[in-house]
Ligand binder design. Sequence first.
Ligand code: ADP
Ligand code: MG
Length: 437
Amino acid sequence: IVVSKFGGSSLADSNQFKKVKDIVFSNKKRKFIVPSAPGKRYKDDEKITDLLFQCYNSIENKEKFIETFKIIEDRYIQICNELELDLDILSYCEEIKNTVYQNKSLDYIVSRGEYLNAIVLAAYLGFKFVDAAEVIVFLEDGKLNFDETQSRLYKMSLEYDYAVIPGFYGATDKGIVKVFSRGGSDFSGSLVANGVNASLYENWTDVSGFLKADPRIVDHPRHIEKITYKELRELSYMGASVLHEDAVFPVKKSKIPIQIRNTNSPMDEGTLILSDFESPKYPKTITGIAGKKDFTVIAIEKMLMNEEKGFLRKLLSIIEDNDISVEHIPSGIDSVSLIISDEELRNKLDKVIEEIRTKLNPDSVEVYPNMALMAVVGKGMIRTRGISARLFTALKEQQINVRMISQGSSEINIIIGIENEDFESAVNAVYYAFEQA
Ligand code: ADP
Ligand code: MG
C-alpha cells in the first residue's frame, strides 16, 4: 500500500486535479489519498485556508462572511464544472454555512477547505470519501489520541480498498473538530500511512524533492536524494517548509520511508526520507541548509557564573514564568545567551530584562535584535574538520559577521547566528561552498 498526500498547489485548480488523477491511477498501490485544501493558482491568489481564516474573522458580520465564503464556493464549483463532475458541492457548502452559525469554532471553519476538497477528489477518482473526523481522533484537551487513530485507520483499510481522507483535522469522540498546526496535512498523511501499514508515504508538492536550500533564496539548488528522518526534522524545524516538522513522528517507529515528489514533474525521483542509511563516516559535503529570521539574543555575563548554584535554573524560571520558549541557549564559563524568536518575545522583552537584572544580579545584560539563525545540517559533518573550515571560510569571504555558533546536541547540525540582513547572502555563501562537492 502507498499513501499519497497532495499539497495545496497540487490541487489548486482543475488542471492540477487532472495531474493528480494521472499520478494516482498510474500505480494501483496508491490506495489512500490525503489532500490539502486548494492553494494558490498564481502568485497573488489566495489559498482557500487563508480565505477561511478571513471568514472566521468576519463571522460577526454575516454579510461579509457570506461574501468571502462565496469566493470559496465559486472555486469549488469551477473545479467541479471543469472536471464535469456530477456532484452537488453547493449542498455541502450550505451544510457548512448552517453549521457555522450554530458552532462558531475556528477549527471547524478553517478545516472545511480540506473537507470539501476531499469530497471533490473522491468523486473525481471514484474513491470512497472518509471524513477525517471519523478516523483522526483527538482527546478533549486537544491532544491527538494516537492509538485510537491508528486502530480506526487500520479498520478503514480493511473496509475500503481505495479512499480519500482529508488532511489537517480530526475530531474528538463528541464530534468537536480539531486541527493540527498550519501545514498539518503532512502530519495527517503520515498518520494514515502508519495506520494502514503502508510501505511508502508519498508527499506530492510543487518542488522536485527536498532541495539543499530554500529555492526562494538560492537559485535552482540541487535536490537531496536521500536524507534521514533526523536531518530532515532539523531542516524543517529551521524553516525548510516543504514538510511539516512533525510529519516524521507517526512513521518513525515503523520506519516507513517518506518520498517527496513533484506533481508538476512526476518523473523526477524526488527525495527519499529514511530512518537511517549507510553513509561515509567522514562525508565530503553537507546535506542541506535552512534558517529563520527575526530572533533576539539576550546575552548575560557574570563572573564565576558557573560556580553559582542555581543560576541557570533561576534564569530559566524567569523565562518560563513569562511563558516564553527559547530557541537556543549557548553558554560559556561566565556567560550565557538566550536566543528567542521575536514572535515569542513580543512585548515581554523589557519585563524579562528587568527580572534578569533584579533576580540574577549579572555584570551585564546585552540585547541584540534582528538576528537570523542558519542551520547547516549533515550526518557526520561535525566530526569532519574540512567541512566546518570550508563553511566558516565561505562566510568570512562574504564578510558576514558571525554572532553565534552552536552545535546541536544531535551532532548533525551547526546553528550560526548572523544578522537578518546577511541571511540571504550567508545561505548562498554556504550553499556555493559545497556546490561542487
Ligand atoms: P504544499 O502546498 O505541497 O504542502 P508547501 O508550500 O508546504 O507545499 O511546500 C513546498 C514549498 O517549500 C516549495 O514550493 C518551496 O518554495 C518551499 N521550500 C522551502 N525550503 C525548501 C527546500 N529546502 N526544498 C524544497 N522546497 C523548499
Ligand atoms: Mg505544506
